[in-house]
Write a protein that binds this ligand. Structure first.
Ligand code: ATP
Ligand code: MG
Length: 262
């Protein structure tokens, strides 16, 4: 049911076509990394899957259902999202902000959150070591702290699929590794499927089961980190010369060269 299948997806902002016929099948219970240079359409692709953008053509299917036929509320019980940037609309506490992730599960809005909702929020805040921020105004958090709170909000939504747009961009290396480890652990425990946009190639190599590389609005390649993180592909995608080493576990490790170095 979770399998996301995208076929011949086209999307334009005004007259500018950004996605030019995307075909991807995301495998269940895997972390798929989306890589590609700034502006190539990664966030646009995620927003299409979420149904935030209209006027696209092609097909996005969830299992055998067309995503366009699933209501936003039902979709919010299936897919959660950690956005690249998020504006805080009010001065709410971290606890209240994370509780927003439980909204799609409310039976009636006027009933408010249940004890169960509050327990789930507490559990994830504890797991992500964010308990100490519970009563803090979310607006007073640092960029990295807030990014971890965004992950908490997505996880309390308890969906089968989670989309993450550069979830580690504001995190120090320790917290980036920690976030990806916790994501992977939660995934394995709950049979989640994750699609994550990353710029850090080595983080992608360590944590992704598959990688999709985008170029010029199309899928350039899809495969395991070993298959996709090659010198040739990185030259084509990022115009980057690099050396690639392999760890004992056969995980690629990319070392970029300075411009002008061969
Ligand atoms: N609302 C919008 N209106 C017009 N153009 C847009 C809009 N949003 C994005 N674009 C343009 O569409 C292109 C793709 O944007 P997108 O945000 O999907 O890129 P991205 O691959 O996520 O890049 P980054 O790595 O910088 O986050 C960019 O050239 C961007 O300027
Ligand atoms: Mg983006």
């Amino acid at each position: 049911m979770k399998l996301i299948n995208i076929h011949n997806l086209h999307f334009s902002y005004g007259h500018r076509e950004i996605l030019k016929g995307i075909d991807i099948t995301f495998k269940d219970n895997q972390i798929t990394g989306i890589l590609g240079p700034n502006g190539c359409g990664k966030s646009t692709l995620l927003k299409n899957i979420l149904g935030y953008l209209k006027n696209s053509s092609g097909e996005i299917k969830l299992g055998n259902k067309n995503l366009a036929d699933i209501s936003q509320k039902e979709k919010a019980r299936i897919i959660s999202f950690v956005p690249q940037k998020s504006q805080l609309i009010s001065d709410m506490s971290v606890q209240d902000f994370v509780l927003l992730g439980r909204l799609p599960h409310l039976k009636n809005t006027w009933d408010g959150y249940t004890k169960h909702d509050n327990e789930i929020v507490r559990r994830y805040l504890k797991e992500l070591e964010l308990e100490k921020f519970l009563d803090r105004k979310a607006t007073t958090l640092s960029g990295g702290e807030f990014q971890r709170v965004l992950l908490a909000r997505a996880l309390v939504q308890e969906t089968d699929i989670i989309l993450l747009d550069e979830p580690t961009s504001a995190l120090d290396l320790n917290h980036a590794l920690d976030l990806m480890t916790k994501l992977k652990r939660t995934m394995e425990k709950k049979d989640l499927t994750a699609i994550v946009v990353l710029h850090d190639l080595n983080l992608a190599a360590m944590f992704c089961d598959e990688i999709v590389m985008l170029k010029d609005g199309k899928v350039y390649c899809q495969g395991t980190p070993v298959e996709t993180l090659t010198r040739e592909n990185l030259k084509k995608i990022y115009n980057l010369n690099c050396d690639i080493f392999y760890t004992d576990e056969n995980i690629p490790y990319v070392i970029p060269k300075l411009k002008g170095e061969k």
